[in-house]
Design a protein around this ligand. Structure first.
Ligand code: ARG
Length: 462
């Protein structure tokens, strides 16, 4: 049992207590960040005249050696250490002797772990951003390829009005663009360095916190040492953004599952992204979409858990905060895995365009357009709505669509109808007439696609 704090104790820690308290099994995940933070810390200590250059060089060499050996697998991180900080410090002292004992000058594990967790999540936010961006690029391509792939738009899962696949995908495009921008915002807000805050009240050493912050690529140092060691807002914000990403992926998964069903057959998932049944030979199941939908709960759970953990904690550091790690790590792995798989799944799926188009033509998706036709010929909208209701009833009775009715049949219900009704309620025209920005009409879509094209370029060249 290797601990950093034996001095004032007269008894060994109870084994169960030690295990309950220890965090090495999970905080070893940020050994790189811990070493990176320590290197910045001693660099600053030397620049501030607190360590000599030679002491700094020995410590940095030792830390780099530990990093190299851990990466090479020749130095194992084991549970004989309480946490990753103890592991690194004890190994440093083993390696370079007493000078290693100077590493922790002007530092507490409270500001150290606050830094490590920030460095770790900061790196992960960058990775998640890039996965969201890959998905955005796939969505952009799907939009460009499908501006005239017709499909029904739904409300209440009932056919409502015709749209295009590009338009439907464009809705998700907007969601994931917002997700991307949320991650950027969080990054900017969290990017302040807590190191140098000590246990809670700063230190008596003349630390150069600006230097530490700039060595670690932070915008600057945090401004209150008590807040620095007890702030986990950035984790909550990140998990909230991840929860929203998962909510979007889950909704999208639900649609994929519906579209891929035997009843809809709008799409077919690639074999590589489907699974079979052990008993029913005919089955090709959308397990990936179902798992993404299912895993959303884990990410929500992490958010709820940390919000609950933090709500009763007085300032400053309390050990409850150690609970920020495992669920956060799991949420990070979950969101990254789901984004990567989902992107692969939708970039390989096939669209069954004739089925989608046929479905768009059924279900009276052009009924609103028939009513608009009457309005454009001077009929008040409420009356038009009633007349088209009668048309629909008539068609339902005969099991036909509005396009199948003869002009005589139309005129029997309202004399306002003329030959051009057929053109007006054709699928093409129902979509192409909806041309205000944000609508599925070709011109409106072209405008949005151009905006998205520029959006992607701006990120790629930033
Ligand atoms: N393992 C601890 C955590 O994750 C590190 C900080 C320990 N600080 C302390 N005062 N015991 O929060």
């Amino acid at each position: 049992m290797a601990q950093l704090w034996g001095g004032r104790f007269t008894k060994e820690t109870d084994k169960l207590v030690y295990n309950f308290n220890a965090s090495i099994s999970f905080d070893q995940k940020f050994y790189r960040q811990d070493i990176r933070g320590s290197i910045a810390h001693v660099t600053m200590l030397a620049a501030s005249g607190i360590l000599t250059d030679s002491e700094k060089d020995q410590i940095i060499n030792g830390l780099q050696g530990i990093l190299a050996d851990v990466e090479a697998g020749t130095l194992k991180i084991t549970d004989t250490y309480e946490d990753i900080h103890s592991f690194v410090e004890a190994n440093l002292i083993d390696r370079i002797g007493d000078v290693g004992k100077k590493l922790h000058t002007g530092r507490s594990r409270n500001d150290q772990v606050a830094l490590d967790m920030k460095l770790y999540t900061r790196d992960e936010i960058i990775e998640v951003k890039s996965l969201v961006f890959s998905l955005i690029k796939v969505l952009h391509q799907l939009m460009k390829d499908n501006t005239d792939t017709y499909m029904p738009g739904f409300t209440h899962l009932q056919k409502a009005q015709p749209v295009t696949f590009a338009h439907h995908i464009g809705a998700y495009m907007e969601m994931f663009k917002r997700d991307y921008s949320r991650l950027c915002d969080i990054f900017d807000r969290m990017n302040y360095c807590p190191l140098g805050s000590g246990a809670l009240a700063g230190t008596t050493y003349p630390l150069d916190r600006e230097l530490t912050a700039s060595l670690l690529d932070f915008t600057g140092p945090t401004l209150n040492s008590m807040d620095s060691v007890s702030d986990r807002d950035y984790i909550i914000e990140m998990l909230s953004a991840f929860s929203t990403i998962m909510m979007h992926l889950s909704r999208f998964s639900e649609e994929i599952i519906i579209w891929n069903s035997n009843e809809y057959q709008f799409i077919e998932l690639d074999d590589a992204y489907s699974t079979g049944s052990s008993i029913m030979p005919q089955k090709k199941n959308p397990d990936i979409a179902e798992l993404v939908r299912g895993k959303t709960g884990r990410v929500y759970a992490a958010l709820t858990s940390i919000l609950t953990t933090m709500k009763g904690i007085p300032l400053a550091y309390n050990k409850d905060m150690q609970e920020d790690k495992e669920l956060t790590f799991d949420a990070i792995d979950t969101v990254k895995g789901c984004l990567a798989l989902f992107t692969g799944m939708i970039s390989t799926m096939k669209l069954n365009m004739p089925v989608m188009e046929k479905s768009a033509m059924n279900g009276f998706t052009n009924a609103t357009d028939a009513a608009d036709y009457l309005v454009n010929h001077g009929v008040p909208f409420r009356d038009a709505h009633g007349i088209v209701g009668q048309l629909v009833l008539y068609c339902l009775d005969k099991n036909i669509s509005l396009l199948d009715m003869s002009l005589e049949e139309y005129k029997a219900i309202s004399p306002v109808f003329e030959e051009d009704i057929y053109q007006t309620i054709s699928l093409e025209e129902c979509v192409s007439k909806r041309n205000t920005i944000g609508a599925p009409g070709a011109n409106a879509m072209a405008q949005v696609i151009a905006i998205n094209e520029q959006y992607i370029k701006d990120i790629e060249t930033a």
